[in-house]
Write a protein that binds this ligand. Sequence first.
Ligand SMILES: CC(C)(COP(=O)(O)OP(=O)(O)OC[C@H]1O[C@@H](n2cnc3c(N)ncnc32)[C@H](O)[C@@H]1OP(=O)(O)O)[C@@H](O)C(=O)NCCC(=O)NCCS
Length: 158
Amino acid sequence: MDIRIRKSNKRDIESVKKIAVKAFQFNSDLRKKILGKEMFKIFYPDWQNKKRRTIEYLFNSEDCKVFVAESKGKIVGFASFKLDKAKPFVSEILTNAVSPRYQGQGIAKMLYKKLLDELKSMRIKYVYVGTNNDFAKKAYEKVGFVKKLESTQYFMKL
Ligand SMILES: CC(C)(COP(=O)(O)OP(=O)(O)OC[C@H]1O[C@@H](n2cnc3c(N)ncnc32)[C@H](O)[C@@H]1OP(=O)(O)O)[C@@H](O)C(=O)NCCC(=O)NCCS
């Protein structure tokens, strides 16, 4: 498959929002399954709009950069990072997703590699990322993230 990774521009924002909502449906369904409908509604109401607002933030914040993956001129995935003004040698990888139809073909790994190359070229020395998604974990480990701190969230109805 012919995939090109490039820096995003403002015209990409709507495509990226659509991919984010489609791809995070999987994570959301898993949460609903674990928490049950009632608790899911309490803790994750309106998650789609929240995701869209996150994308707006990533595109509009001068501390963030978004890269997109294109196949035949169509955006099929994206990944982002944020710089830390207080620690100019540190960056966090933020929201990223690949359109469900294009998953499992190495696109996330290509995007992560591109982010890491970009960060290296900016002389960033340390990078971190958090996720609950098992596919993302695999991909992060493949591109070199080996040190990890696991954490768990607990929920209970009183
Ligand atoms: C996480 C995500 C970006 C990975 O995208 P991707 O392009 O499918 O990832 P890759 O193809 O690079 O594969 C990553 C690993 O997951 C595996 N994988 C991906 N999709 C899979 C599937 N449906 N079934 C089994 N394995 C799968 C790949 O085989 C690969 O493992 P490997 O290197 O051992 O072969 C994508 O699943 C997604 O958008 N998830 C929802 C959003 C999300 O959680 N984003 C990450 C955190 S912000």
